[in-house]
Design a protein around this ligand. Structure first.
Ligand code: ZN
Ligand code: ZN
Length: 145
């Protein structure tokens, strides 16, 4: 069994995200099925589930890279049906993001100039461009503690 098959067997819900699974952790570069480096930004604590670098658990270990950023939140999205697509929404008008530069410019206008805009627009799971709405899932997971 290859490592992907192993994590899919351990976490059957991951199948829903199979097409987006990444073989290497984008931060510490461990392979799927391996434990993150202790200093990795993406690693979660094996005890409390928070970011490993920020938590104080004595027995906390970095968790295993399963190919997905925010695995806890993705699972919540799946369970609660939290999906969104990405576009720029200003005063009710919607603009598709057509280039990384455009996304970057919009973020600058929001963060540096205080323009009011939204990027993650709730939608149905089968809508074009639907991806897990991590931001809304985080609200759920924080309430759950
Ligand atoms: Zn990592
Ligand atoms: Zn912890």
């Amino acid at each position: 069994m290859n490592p992907f098959e192993q994590v899919l067997q351990a976490h059957p819900w991951l199948k829903e995200f199979e097409s987006t699974l990444q073989p290497l952790c984008p931060d510490c570069k461990v392979k799927v099925g391996e434990k993150h480096d202790p200093g990795c930004d993406i690693a979660r604590c094996s005890v409390c589930g928070d970011q490993h670098m920020c938590c104080d658990c004595e027995d906390g270990q970095p968790d295993i890279w399963i190919g997905l950023m925010y695995p806890t939140e993705c699972k919540v999205c799946l369970e609660k049906g939290l999906w969104c697509y990405t576009a720029i929404l200003v005063d009710g008008d919607e603009y598709p993001i057509t280039s990384p530069e455009m996304h970057h410019l919009a973020l600058r206008l929001r963060d540096e100039k205080g323009f009011k805009m939204k990027f993650h627009i709730p939608c149905g799971r089968d809508d074009p461009g639907a991806s897990p709405d991590i931001n809304r899932a985080m609200i759920f997971t924080q309430r759950g503690i």
